[in-house]
Design a protein around this ligand. Structure first.
Ligand SMILES: Nc1nc2c(c(=O)[nH]1)N[C@H]1C(S)=C(S)[C@@H](COP(=O)(O)O)O[C@H]1N2
Ligand SMILES: [Mo]
Length: 373
């Protein structure tokens, strides 16, 4: 795949794989996700439209909250910092289509492998604190998010994307209005001056260049909320089948997934290597990861990885293991996580849907021992 830093917006990035130029989309090769905190230089990029103009005075960027509330608010970033309690959490942000490229027949959309994900330290204020100040009416059931980016055609009349969530998710402490990432002011490419971070749910809810949150009395119907967008069949369908008339549900909590971040796919170990150190990360939407099992023999035997406790809710779980290698030969490392509800990752892509959401088949990394490069 194309790995490039030669387009201006990706200059500061470190070897991301370009999935699309307009809109600009780039994913992180799994082996570049080997840090507990993903550096900004390695954080994936997903846009649905064009980039907005770079603001001249980020501190004066303002955000309005309106709709089903007692007191509509207009807040600058500076006011957010001053008037509300500032918090930092390390949390996973993952595109709803992560893993999509493994589906057969192919699904519509960016062909993510497993690298449409990153885990950063987000600093901001809880959306719930701001909504408390605004005073939610009893009719408040859903949010609607707006950003400053024009759509693909350059038009500002239609949002590039405008999704929303049930008010219960908006009221979670970890749902942030974030203005810093890894201790630095939120980079423009990642939605600076201010974005939403809605951990555990599809990345598309984490609106960048945030200008408005409209509190609604019904499910939001902006671009990204209707038709097949972020919707899955309630019951499994035949791969490739039309979904006409099939009952759908909105994708909310993302399914459990694990990635191997070392060794890199394609690593050639010298002859006689008899053990391999393997590292990675696992996460599970709103749930937690309880175990990660590794196999070097296509699932015949499994070894449990050691898990590092996550720093806070929605942080990913870093894991490590040493796998014995019985003989020289070609191998695949398989990593399979299980969440606190007892669900594990399927060995093969499952739950086919036309837009390929939530495809969490196990990550496989091919290596050789003593077979040369
Ligand atoms: N304003 C705006 N916010 C947006 C998007 C967008 O196109 N415009 N894309 C969403 C999607 S689909 C994802 S996966 C995340 C990606 O965030 P990142 O580019 O910081 O990695 O941003 C979300 N927020
Ligand atoms: Mo996304």
């Amino acid at each position: 795949m194309d790995r490039r830093d030669d387009i201006p917006e990706l200059k500061a990035k470190d070897g991301l794989s370009l999935l699309g130029r307009i809109p600009l989309v780039a994913e992180t090769p799994e082996e570049k996700l080997d840090d507990a905190t993903t550096p900004v230089s390695r954080f994936f990029v997903r846009n649905n439209g064009l980039l907005p103009e770079v603001p001249e005075a980020p501190e004066r960027w303002s955000l309005t909250i309106d709709g089903e509330i007692e007191r509509p608010l207009r807040l600058t970033v500076e006011e957010l910092k001053r008037r509300f309690r500032v918090k930092t959490f390390r949390m996973v942000l993952e595109c709803g289509g992560n893993g999509r490229s493994f589906l057969v027949p192919p699904a519509e959309g960016n062909p993510w492998t497993h690298g449409g994900v990153g885990c950063a330290e987000w600093t901001g204020v809880s959306l719930s604190d701001v909504l408390r100040e605004a005073g939610l009416k009893s009719s408040a059931v859903y949010t609607a998010h707006y950003g400053a980016d024009p759509d693909k055609s350059g038009s500002r009349d239609t949002p590039s994307i405008s999704r929303g969530m049930r008010i219960e998710k908006a009221l979670e402490e970890h749902t942030l209005l974030a203005f810093a990432m890894n201790g630095e002011p939120l980079p423009f490419l990642h939605g600076g001056p201010v974005r939403l971070v809605v951990p555990g749910w599809p990345g598309s809810l984490s609106q960048k260049w945030l200008t408005r949150i409209w509190i609604r009395d019904r499910e939001h119907d902006g671009p990204g909320m209707t038709g097949l967008s972020y919707r899955l069949p309630v019951k499994p369908v035949q791969p490739g089948a039309s979904l006409e008339g099939v009952p759908l549900r909105i994708l909310e909590s993302m399914p459990v997934r694990s990635i191997v971040t070392a060794p890199a796919d394609g690593t050639a170990f010298p002859a006689g290597t008899r053990s391999i150190a393997v590292r990675g990360a696992a996460w599970a939407g709103d749930d937690t990861v309880v175990s990660v099992a590794l196999s070097l023999d296509r699932g015949a035997t499994w070894t449990d990885a050691m898990l590092e406790p996550p720093r806070n809710r929605y942080d990913w779980t870093r894991w490590s293991a040493t796998l014995p290698v019985p003989a020289n030969g070609p191998y695949e490392i398989w990593a399979r996580a299980t969440d606190s509800t007892g669900r594990s990752q399927p060995l093969e892509p499952d739950n086919w849907n036309p837009n390929g959401y939530g495809c969490n088949a196990v990550h496989r990394v091919a290596i050789t021992v003593g077979l040369g490069a």
